[in-house]
Design a protein around this ligand. Structure first.
Ligand code: GUN
Ligand code: ZN
Length: 427
């Protein structure tokens, strides 16, 4: 058992932020040996209960839940900032060639290590990540995550058509590989597998059908893909699957929409698509830096809230421009303003922060497990230093409310704000 004394940010079940100016966080193993939050609250109320337990004083620091990145491509860490006129040329000219390098297992291991270092430096403690179409890329990320004790979900990309040599896989083999990766990794420690059709245009009907069958046979495995990101992509998907009501409905028609299914982008939806998301329990990964960089469009927050489906924030690196949750939250704020119809703030700082922590965890079906610091949550957290730069220090010191403090960090923050990232109570 160990205690920390600092300001502490966490979230109530309604998504409201709870903030202790002088808080205590007690962390220790539960009955099954997982390192979890044992107690959290005001220091003065709790300190007596933990007499004799070592305590670390983090003066002037803020402890907050580790961030959850709901959609990121680890093989694309070297693609960030590659300009293109839109999604499809970007995939063809930069992304597919880069992902082809993951045929080399040594490249997989080296990139997985670098990617995880970068995630942790930015305060991201859990991610739903695409690997590449090569099984070795999955092994590398899982092995590196296990070595660090990270809760990580990833999967081998399925893409058996409309893809160049080097990344294209074969229908039968891709499904055999997926199942053996599930059996090797899913549920081992903190690791989870995600069935990962890249997007409908690069999978044959046979591959999507096989993926749906695996999703039915392994109901606690995740599913991840892309949908309704870009107008050319949508036109292409509609041509390839004319029998489906919409692009999103393709996934439903192949049994790929259910709880634990996370679809990136979900920009160009109608209300029937939104209702399908809600009815199936699927969630959207909102990736504002990617959508702005590739010119894809603006996620319709008002539409999502009106119909009521789950969503959370994601970097979508390498279409996205940064792994920093602060950059992603700020971009989401800009996007929320674009579609603003109601008076007041479209997206409050508390709601932005929730979307990248407890909200993203809920979208993964991991509420109460990660993304929060309530009692029983796994003890993944960041230590933020609001004095990390002269401007951040000056602006946060002048904050007159919790909302002002959170906004100052969202707008001015980056990896310098993250002084330490603690995984499962250990750093
Ligand atoms: N659609 C299919 N593949 C990709 C990808 O790698 N990135 C993005 N942003 N969209 C995709
Ligand atoms: Zn993506």
């Amino acid at each position: 058992m160990k205690c920390y004394r600092a300001a502490i940010l966490r979230f109530g079940s309604d998504g409201q932020a709870l903030f202790e100016q002088d808080g205590l966080l007690a962390v220790g193993p539960d009955a099954t040996g997982r390192h979890v939050v044992q107690a959290v609250g005001p220091f003065t109320a709790l300190a007596d209960h933990f007499e004799g337990v070592p305590i670390e004083h983090l003066n002037g620091r803020i402890i907050a839940p580790g961030f959850v990145d709901l959609h990121v491509h680890y093989p694309q860490i070297d693609v960030i900032g590659s300009p293109a006129s839109g999604l499809l040329p970007w995939l063809e000219n930069y992304t597919f060639p880069q992902e082809g390098r993951f045929a080399d297992p040594v490249h997989c291991v080296q990139t997985a290590e670098f990617f995880l270092q970068e995630l942790l430096r930015n305060g991201v403690t859990t991610a739903l990540a695409f690997a590449s179409s090569h099984p070795a890329s999955v092994d590398a990320l899982f092995a590196a995550s296990a070595a660090r004790g990270l809760r990580m979900v990833t999967g081998k990309v399925l893409q058996d058509r409309n893809s160049p040599d080097g990344v294209r896989d074969q229908t039968e083999q891709s499904l055999v590989d997926t199942e053996s990766l599930i059996q090797r990794w899913h549920g081992k420690g903190r690791l989870g597998y995600a069935i990962t059709p890249r997007f409908a245009p690069t999978s044959s009907e046979g591959q999507l059908r096989g993926a749906g069958e695996l999703a039915a046979r392994y109901p606690d495995v995740w599913i991840q893909s892309h949908v309704a990101e870009n107008m050319d992509e949508i036109r292409w998907a509609r041509e390839l699957f004319p029998a489906s009501r919409s692009y999103l409905a393709v996934y439903d028609d192949f049994g790929l929409m259910r709880a634990r299914a996370v679809y990136a982008h979900c920009i160009h939806f109608d209300d029937e698509d939104r209702a399908l998301m809600r009815a199936t329990g699927a969630a959207a990964a909102v990736s504002p830096t990617s959508n702005l960089f590739l010119g894809s469009g603006f996620f319709d927050y008002a539409g999502a809230d009106r119909v009521g489906f789950r969503y959370g924030l994601a970097s979508d690196v390498g279409g996205g421009t940064s792994l920093s949750p602060f950059h992603t939250m700020l971009a989401a704020y800009y996007v929320g303003r674009e579609g603003q119809t109601k008076a007041g703030l479209s997206l409050t700082p508390q709601h932005l922060w929730w979307q990248h922590t407890a909200g993203a965890a809920a979208a993964l079906g991991l509420d109460g497990v990660v993304g929060n610091l309530q009692v029983g949550c796994e003890a993944d957290f960041v230590v933020l230093n609001p004095r990390c730069t002269p401007l951040v220090e000056r602006r946060t010191a002048a904050a007159a409310s919790l909302d002002e403090l959170l906004f100052a960090m969202i707008v001015l923050g980056d990896d310098r704000l993250v002084e330490r990232t603690v995984i499962a109570g250990m750093s």
